[in-house]
Design a protein around this ligand. Structure first.
Ligand SMILES: [Zn+2]
Length: 397
């Protein structure tokens, strides 16, 4: 378990470290105060061994005041077709898998530059994601909204034979280091209100796509397989704020086109929510909650709420950067509760869920090159990692 956690910490370091490298190499000043500098280059090895035992019984969530806004949970009318199978109480584990933005252009990621190894380790290609999705569907998984899981006062209700699955994407900000290195550049809303991607060809020509990133792929898949989604649920998008969100540099508060950028980002966020997607805070500056001071965590959390929440809407879900969680009883944990975050997600090798009247703790599995190469056995119930792995990945010695 420790190795897996270290791996996730290293992945997160790569995610932020590369962003800083790009910023540094271009000599661009970091925007305003509190840049995520302190996390770069540090040796982060979060130790989650002190996590409370998974055997602590669920107690259900009681106080409506603690719950996510029910209006934000997609209604049945959002689904492509209503579920016909009768719902039954579900008592098994709730899987939560997380990804980073997909490699739409793996040849750009695996081009042998200094970042290739990081992309190989911490990302998956579009081809791999499509295969994973098909397999999850065949294995009777069904997307559920994390807010539905958090809201259930007793147990989750699922159509008979279906298993709940939460999917999330971390750092779907399209940081500078990702651009030109394999991901799309941003998400947009098309004339029909559907979410599409924009990428740039080598010569700078912009290209609109529907089949090369997490969001439009799942939107299409659910449209074609309505029984893959409970009540139209899609996935959770976990965003920081230090380089804007969804490909829009909303962090540049002083930019001349700030208002336009901001309204574009809001338009995309609104369209995403209307399609069944939800948002979570991944911190503003992708800081390590364990390592920073209480004051710094509060400052960073407030900054996310000030700069990002007005774009994506209020959320009660916090996704710890680096999977580096603080635990109940810790003043930092209380600070997150006080800021309105009652669903706290970390990283772990297996499904883990604990609900109390005050909060819900959930672990997520990381799905990336490291997992595909090294965790095939653990992932076997979800998909066959060996069959999924894209031959375009660099050959390992
Ligand atoms: Zn992250």
């Amino acid at each position: 378990m420790k190795r897996i956690l270290w791996v996730v910490a290293a992945a997160s370091l790569f995610i932020v470290g590369m962003a800083l490298l790009v910023i540094g190499s271009q000599g661009r000043a970091l925007p305003t105060l509190d840049p995520p500098r302190s996390t770069a280059g540090t040796d982060v090895q979060p130790d989650l061994q002190t996590k409370p035992s998974a055997t602590v019984p669920d107690q259900g969530i009681a106080s409506p005041a603690d719950l996510p806004d029910p209006e934000k949970v997609p209604s049945k009318s959002d689904a492509a077709a209503p579920q016909t199978a009768p719902l039954k109480p579900y008592k098994g584990p709730v899987e939560h898998l997380f990804f980073h933005p997909l490699l739409a252009y793996p040849e750009r990621a695996f081009d042998g530059d200094g970042m290739s190894q990081g992309f190989d380790d911490w990302f998956v290609t579009v081809k791999e994601f499509n295969a994973i999705l098909e397999s999850l569907y065949k294995n009777d998984y069904m997307l559920v909204d994390i807010r539905t899981v958090a809201q259930e006062e007793r147990e989750l209700q699922m159509p008979e034979g279906k298993k709940p699955l939460i999917l999330s994407v971390d750092d779907i900000n399209y940081y500078d280091y990702m651009l030109g290195n394999g991901t799309v550049s941003k998400l947009i809303v098309d004339a029909k209100g559907r979410i599409a991607t924009v990428s740039k060809d080598r010569d700078g020509t912009e290209r609109v796509g529907y089949d090369n990133e997490f969001v439009p792929i799942i939107d299409t898949f659910v449209r074609e397989h309505p029984d893959f989604s409970l009540n139209g649920a899609k996935g959770m998008l976990n965003v920081t704020g230090y380089e804007g969100i969804l490909g829009y540099r909303t962090n540049l508060l002083q930019a001349e086109d700030y208002e336009e950028t901001r309204s574009q980002a809001i338009r995309v966020a609104e369209a995403l929510k209307a399609e069944g997607w939800s948002f979570a805070s991944h911190g503003w500056g992708h800081l390590d909650a364990r390592k920073i001071s209480l004051e710094r965590l509060i400052q960073d959390t407030n900054r996310w709420k000030k700069e990002v929440e007005p774009l994506v809407g209020a959320t009660s879900v916090y996704v710890f950067p680096y999977g580096s969680s603080v635990l109940p009883g810790d003043r930092k944990f209380q600070a997150l509760l006080d800021a309105g975050f009652h669903v706290l997600c970390s990283v772990g090798p297996d499904p883990y869920l604990r609900r109390t009247p005050e909060y819900m703790l959930m672990d997520r599995r990381h799905i990336d090159g490291v997992a595909l190469r090294g965790q095939a056995k653990r992932l076997a119930g979800l998909f066959d990692a060996k069959a999924v792995i894209d031959p375009i990945r660099p050959k390992l010695p």
